[in-house]
Design a protein around this ligand. Structure first.
Ligand SMILES: Cc1ncc(COP(=O)(O)O)c(C=O)c1O
Length: 389
């Protein structure tokens, strides 16, 4: 059976390949520790689970979700309060917020809502692989914008050739950044708004790591910059701040026309998120703010352990301020794939090779801190054994 042509253009999803490698190693009897995937292992905070259970027992919630294409008003209002309180951003829950099945779904539906076949669409390189897939499925042509350590992994907007900027209809980016961990600045966001306005480029500012920042860095919303709502949307999610990756709950906020367009796509695609999960989301925003600090302490501790281990094996790395990923140069100029293979073979530890995130990801590997402390300690001990001289 043939699948649609558009699927042929999508490169194999990096994590699928990784999963296959891990599967093979496990089948060969190895005790593999994966530091490759960003999926928190700590449980979802209890008040959220409690609220899900309560709402699941209410038969009113067993029907199609309320306000299917937008998400429950109560959820959208909770999002608006959260944005006002934590990011000093005012958003109208009626017109400027949409419930999502996670921010990944938002990326995909933003693409379908904005991109016409043949459109040029900008994305960072290295970048989150799902952007490319969403652009290609919508029929667009992805154009990579390099992000380099010398510029703090922020795109240099003035270096984008003017004919490309003129042609582009949308741009995907995310800070705190997966995979590099870099954070953005207000000055950069202002430039981004100006760039988008002058070229009529719709910004999809994917911000699921907004809360995962360290060393005194403050969460920064794209929408906190004047004019952002004129040019784009922000995607956000409960996956990372509340350890809810499996629950599939997120939100899009910002430009009302884009929100309406995405809502139209969703209206014809899915029927929204189970009401009980949306109630649980309201509980997260209302009762679980302090669990974020707890989560950050855990990641900071793990980050210190990994940085110390890398130093012990001769890899000097100073972490940047965001996400639970460490984006580390490979030692001795090894290719990222060769280094990942070496670690798997010698330490039975899996890291994500930077090449999987784009051409400019070559020469780096990504370690995720979302693994239990005890396992991380074992992984670090194995890396010391394997790479120590
Ligand atoms: C940059 C980025 N966007 C979106 C997602 C997906 O998040 P969600 O669980 O909200 O769909 C991830 C998950 O790793 C991510 O790294």
């Amino acid at each position: 059976m043939h699948s649609a042509d558009r699927l042929q253009k999508i490169p194999p999803y990096l994590f699928m390949e990784l999963r296959q490698k891990i599967g093979k190693a496990k089948a060969a009897g190895m005790d593999v520790i994966s530091l490759a995937i960003g999926d928190p292992v700590e449980p979802t905070p209890e008040p959220i689970i409690h609220e899900l259970a309560r709402a699941a027992h209410d038969p009113a919630n067993h029907q199609y979700p309320t306000d299917e294409e937008k998400g429950m008003l109560g959820f959208r209002e909770a999002v608006a309060r959260w944005y006002a309180r934590r990011y000093q951003v005012t958003v109208d829950p009626q017109k400027e917020i949409l419930g999502l099945i996670g921010s990944k779904e938002g990326c995909h539906h933003f693409a379908l809502a904005r991109i016409n076949p043949g459109d040029t669409v900008l994305m960072t390189d290295p970048g989150y692989p799902a952007y490319r897939a969403s652009i290609l499925i919508a029929g667009g042509e992805p154009v990579n914008v390099p992000i380099r350590p010398e510029q703090g992994y922020l795109p240099v907007l003035r270096d984008i050739p003017s004919d490309v900027a003129k042609r582009a209809t949308a741009m995907f980016l995310n800070y705190p950044n997966n995979p590099t961990g870099a954070t953005a600045t207000t000055a950069f966001l202002k430039q981004l708004v100006e760039f988008a306005r002058s070229h009529d480029i719709a910004i999809c500012y994917d911000n699921p790591y907004i809360e995962v920042v360290f060393d005194g860095e403050k969460p920064l919303s794209f929408l906190s910059v004047p004019g952002a709502k004129d040019v784009g949307i922000e995607l956000n999610s409960l996956s990372k701040p509340f350890n809810m990756t499996g629950w599939r709950l997120g939100m899009a906020l910002g430009n009302p026309d884009l929100i309406a367009a995405i809502s139209k796509v969703k209206e014809n695609t899915d029927s929204g998120v189970f009401n009980a999960i949306q109630y649980a989301g309201i509980a997260a925003f209302t009762h679980c703010e302090t669990s974020i600090d707890h989560m950050l302490q855990i990641y900071a501790r793990r980050r210190d352990l990994v940085v110390a281990t890398l130093r012990q094996v001769g890899i000097e790395y100073t972490p940047v301020k965001g996400t639970f990923y460490l984006w580390v140069p490979t030692p001795k100029s090894m290719s990222s794939l060769a280094f990942a293979d070496l670690l798997l073979e010698k330490a039975q530890v899996v890291v994500a090779p930077g090449r999987g995130y784009g051409e400019f990801g070559e020469g780096f590997f990504r370690i995720s801190l979302t693994v239990a402390d005890a396992r991380l300690e074992v992984a670090m001990e194995r890396i010391r054994q394997a790479l120590g001289s």
